[in-house]
Design a protein around this ligand. Structure first.
Ligand code: ATP
Length: 381
């Protein structure tokens, strides 16, 4: 078992005369046994980070440490790290058994009987023990992915690295494999770095999530901390589906203002945003209340633009009547509720659920107020 530390890790690629900073000073401590999900949009440097840890990419500066040993210059095969790729990377001419045994046969002097025992054990764990004599071409995508995972498990490594391992699977299989992978990782207790661009995978699988944008680490925290207490507007918009609503507003002495829109802030929130003239008001779709009464603060006349029934919920796109542009607010309401396009409603944006970000830097100035149980959830108490 191992603790993995990335310390100011940087990777610069040379593209002709241009320099591409793919990973920019990323520092993360991953304690022994943790499942860390690295997430971010395409090109944010996730795979490059993982490939540096695997030893498949050189490090421009910074350190990678495994249990306090710097491994920057250790050869990939000597790192005791197993990587699972999106493409499965199985040898087509070998049977499942041989694919799983290959790494151990090549890199250790373990007796054949012990290798066979390990392969059997990992195959049983992955539910593919009945497929050991088949070749990859005779397997479904889901089965091939199980073999690729089984092959990593057989090596009994210090660290698992997984690069979008589920993205070639259909939605149902993906969600089933998500649960299974989590269970296996927990049972084995192997420190894991798992790369995905899918925020749902990050939310549901990670002990913690590391969110990257443009090679820069934006936040590393538990899924619920990232969701409720984002460091900045990027994290707030990336985590959560549908995404958080953002409204550009001016801060006029503690009232958020826009044409036909006035949102007075309680003094303690106003204090936090004092001195920032341009800010962004954020509210999660699930926190917007779609009502019919306009009595009270923080309520705005709106018209239902589009309704998307999702079963349990309806996703409702609202247009503010007072706004000349087509800026919409997304709300989620119960799927049982009858709500129709063109309906006049009142959008209530409760003050205890709002976030406020700096309009220039995106820094979170105020995050929603959590009630006691929510705080306990977020902090894991
Ligand atoms: P995706 O989700 O699309 O796989 P990613 O977050 O994994 O993206 P990386 O593959 O790590 O992103 O790439 C980060 C940046 O580095 C991108 O701008 C990419 O174009 C660049 N890059 C990656 N590999 C190389 C390379 N070998 N030479 C030059 N630039 C590269």
């Amino acid at each position: 078992m191992a603790q993995l530390e990335l310390d100011d890790l940087t990777k610069v690629f040379q593209d002709g005369k241009d320099e591409i900073v793919a990973v920019d000073g990323v520092s993360i401590d991953i304690p022994d046994g943790e499942f860390l999900v690295v997430v971010g949009p395409s090109g944010c440097g996730k795979s490059t980070t993982l490939r540096m840890v695997a030893g498949l990419e050189t490090v421009t500066s910074g350190q990678i440490r495994l249990d306090d040993h710097v491994i920057n210059d250790v050869k990939p095969q000597d790192r005791d790290i197993a990587m699972v790729f999106q493409s499965y990377a199985l040898y087509p001419h070998m049977t499942v058994h041989d694919n799983m045994a290959f790494g151990l046969e090549e890199s250790t002097d373990m007796p054949d009987s012990e290798i066979a025992e390990r392969v059997e054990e990992a195959a049983t764990m992955m539910g593919i023990d009945n497929l050991l004599d088949r070749k990859p071409g005779e397997l479904s995508g889901g089965q091939q992915q199980r073999v690729a995972l089984g092959r990593a498990i057989v090596r009994d490594p210090e660290v698992f690295l997984m690069d979008e391992p589920l993205s070639n699977l259909d939605a149902k299989l993906r969600s089933q494999m998500r649960t299974e992978l989590q269970r296996i990782q927990e049972d084995l207790g192997v420190t894991t770095m798992y790369v995905t661009h899918d925020q749902t995978e990050a939310m549901t699988m990670g002990d913690r999530i590391a969110i990257l944008d443009g090679g820069v680490l934006q936040q590393v925290a538990t899924p619920l901390e990232c969701y409720h207490e984002p460091n900045n507007q990027f994290v707030a918009g990336f985590i959560g589906e549908p995404s958080m609503n953002f409204l550009d507003v001016d801060n006029e002495n503690g009232t958020l203002v826009r044409e036909g829109f006035e949102y007075p802030l309680a003094p303690e929130i106003a204090d936090r945003v004092a001195g920032r003239d341009e800010v962004v008001l954020g509210i999660r779709p699930g926190a917007v209340e779609v009502e019919h009464t306009s009595a009270g603060d923080h309520r705005f006349d709106a018209t239902v633009d589009v309704v998307e029934p999702m079963g349990d919920e309806n996703t409702v796109y609202l247009l503010f009547d007072a706004w000349s542009d087509d800026n919409a607010l997304v709300a989620t309401v119960s799927g049982m509720r009858q709500i129709e396009s063109g309906e006049s409603v009142v959008a209530h944006i409760p003050e205890d659920a709002i976030h406020i970000f700096d309009g220039e830097t995106g820094e979170a100035l105020h995050n929603r107020t959590l009630v006691d149980e929510e705080v306990a959830d977020v902090t894991g108490d």
